[in-house]
Design a protein around this ligand. Sequence first.
Ligand SMILES: NC(=O)c1ccc[n+]([C@@H]2O[C@H](COP(=O)([O-])OP(=O)(O)OC[C@H]3O[C@@H](n4cnc5c(N)ncnc54)[C@H](OP(=O)(O)O)[C@@H]3O)[C@@H](O)[C@H]2O)c1
Length: 512
Amino acid sequence: MAEYDLLICTRLMGETPEEMLASMEKAKEEGADIAELKLHSMHSINDVEKVIKHRLLPLIISFSLTLSGGMCEADERKKCFEVLGLAVELGAEFVDVELEVAAEFMSGVQLEKHCNSKTIVSYHVKDRSSSKEKLGDLVAHMQSTRADIIKLVIDSFVITDVAKLFHLLSQCQVPLIAFAAGDRGLISQLLCRKFGGFLVYGSIGGNSIPGLPTLCSLRGVYKLEYMNAFTQIYGVISNPVGHSKGPILHNPAFRHIGYNGIYVPMCVDDIKKFFEVYSSPDFAGFSVGIPHKEAALGCCDEVDPLAKSIGAVNTIVRRPSDGKLIGYNTDCEAAITAIEDAMRARTGPNEGESHTSPLAGKLFVLVGAGGAGRALAFGAKSRGARIVIFNGNHERAKSLASAVSGEARPYKEINSFCPEKRMILANATSVGMQPNSDKTPVSKEVLGAYDLVFDSVYTPRNTRLLREAEEAGAIAVSGVEMFIRQAIAQFNLFTGGLADAEFMRNIVLNQF
Ligand SMILES: NC(=O)c1ccc[n+]([C@@H]2O[C@H](COP(=O)([O-])OP(=O)(O)OC[C@H]3O[C@@H](n4cnc5c(N)ncnc54)[C@H](OP(=O)(O)O)[C@@H]3O)[C@@H](O)[C@H]2O)c1
């Protein structure tokens, strides 16, 4: 694997030179090292000249033959060579030429006379089934064009497609830009530095482009400049994954304690296949989100007894000594201790010193029987609470109730259920979550019967259910508290107990 200083690049937006230069100014502000100007046959040669002459950042000038609709092949090539030739003449730092015309371009006289520009030879592999051996042959062929740098783009339909690129990056002896397009390809940008990539792309202005991190996140969250071949990879396996706040929390927490790790979103369709393909020790630990928590259990070599009884794993760590995957559930203790601490805070120091859980003997009303619901039910049972479960899918409620010696009741009865006072209510459905934050799973009229209401939803932090619970006189406990605690426990599992809980709590409270 070759070693280079990774460059952070962005593709400029705009059609006119003024728009392109404005875009370059913004890219510079947001931390780009270099900008790419992708041209096609409709761009005027004078405009290209203006942008190159007034550039604020080093430039890659590329010419897309595929965007040159309507032009005959010979004219198109002529324009391509004219534009790239001008770029070389004006001293643009890089010119990017497609493999199809690379040999012809490289045999031109321009490069002999002007040696300031480096040549990138690029190719977009459309055949998804290309093996890593075939891609290796392709790279060797591209190298034979005397390219200074090689750029390979593949289409990624699933995250496991990206593994081929990591293999190529770690083998290649010339500077290589290699990434996978599409949202499943995001890790090809975020992890390329570890495997020796030459350049990573980010989007300007916080624009969400599938598969591309924003420049601001590359500079502010991932800070790829700290990454090297020894960086341990962590990530959240989920689908969808875009909503995950994990990267904003775990990456600064790694840096805060001087731990060489990166935490990235991983949009995974098939979790079993994912672990088959990414089996190296580099992939050290994972958070597991929707909808993989139950299937994750079957991917682990060993499962912690609590996670096993809950039937859901939200954390997986690869044991360094033997590479085995060990599954845990940090949701359960996070939610239950958040509830217990809030109850103890209300009852004062005397009862707070008691070793008995304040949940013991309480009627614990749980709405929802998915992954979070299962964690809450097993946690409440472990503290000696009596459990009643309401869930839309009644069979799911019955099965969970039977596992925790509780009772399942029809979902439609939740708003008339009031067998006693001073109950505990826990919402483990997604009702009330953004963007549907005007919804609530339990009507305000019955909330007076509860001492405490917990909502596992954490976006928004203060849900309608919690606001109405407070108005009814109950203690309201936000899902943010569960989120913080489960993340700290996860971080401790990742790092062998190195979490700075205060630091992580402050990030969540200040940024979420
Ligand atoms: N704070 C934290 O750290 C944390 C951690 C984990 C989860 N959570 C939150 O907990 C919630 C559930 O997550 P999960 O992992 O348990 O998901 P899950 O396994 O997919 O379960 C979803 C639950 O929500 C119910 N549900 C969904 N839409 C509903 C609707 N319109 N009306 C009534 N019930 C509905 C489902 O009922 P059916 O069985 O009838 O479909 C099921 O009980 C989410 O909001 C998630 O963000 C928070």
